[in-house]
Design a protein around this ligand. Structure first.
Ligand code: E4P
Length: 223
């Protein structure tokens, strides 16, 4: 499963890319608004940090098909042909996906709450479908189960589309989908850092170091 950062904070992206095995960055209009700078300035900076081979997913903001196509052309024109254009899986978006697919534009279908949205997006040519795990949970449904169902639908129908699970609030939601082997998860920095943050981990390492220092000297390392 690919692990992607769901954020546009430059310092957070630099930090995570340096330490963790990260495959790319996703943004949405709300994430870009939070950066409080011209969006393409931020996106170009992200592209230069992650390199041209890493995945970058950028969402259209137009509500009509023609506007979505114009947004898509600006996104790929400014950020490179390999950039994934996020298009909401609504009727206008499905229309845009079909047209973008004929142009070879890589599309991530977004705002997915139901498996049938994902099925239609995949048939319309999307490369990824992004179900919103935590938002679905908050509606009283099971976001992880929705993502698993979508993964199974793609496999059962031979559709060349992957799940890019999004909207996580905790490690367990991500773990359930890592175990299931979905294509990708895009995760906020705080949740990624939480994967390896635990008092038990720190206590174990503290005890090892204390034992070694007891044998040698305080502050002594192997070097
Ligand atoms: C991804 O496509 C979504 O834009 C994003 O992950 C939503 O996350 P949120 O529910 O934490 O805002």
């Amino acid at each position: 499963m690919k692990l992607i950062i769901d954020d546009a904070n430059i310092e957070a992206i630099k930090h995570l890319i340096e330490i963790y095995p990260i495959d790319g960055v996703t943004t949405n209009p709300s994430i870009l608004a939070a950066a409080a700078r011209p969006p393409f300035e931020v996106l170009k900076e992200i592209r230069s940090i992650i390199g041209c081979d890493a995945e970058l997913h950028v969402q259209v903001v137009a509500r009509d098909t023609r506007g979505m196509l114009a947004d898509a052309r600006r996104i790929t024109g400014e950020l490179g042909d390999g950039t994934f254009v996020k298009v909401p899986a609504v009727p206008e978006g499905l229309h845009a996906m079909k047209l973008l697919a004929t142009e070879g534009v890589r599309v991530t279908a977004t705002a997915i709450y139901t498996p049938m949205q994902a099925f239609l997006a995949a048939k319309a040519g999307a490369s990824y479908a992004a179900p919103y795990i935590n938002r679905i949970d908050n509606m009283g449904y099971d976001g992880v189960e929705v993502a698993k169902t979508i993964h199974d639908i793609f496999g059962a129908n031979g559709l060349p589309c992957e799940v890019l699970a999004a909207s996580f609030k905790n490690s367990q939601q991500v773990l359930d989908l890592v175990r299931y082997g979905v294509g990708a998860a895009t995760v906020a920095p705080a949740v990624i850092e939480g994967f390896v943050k635990s008092a038990a981990i720190d206590a174990a390492i503290d005890a090892f170091v204390a034992d070694f220092e007891g044998l040698c000297a305080p502050g002594k390392t192997m070097a």
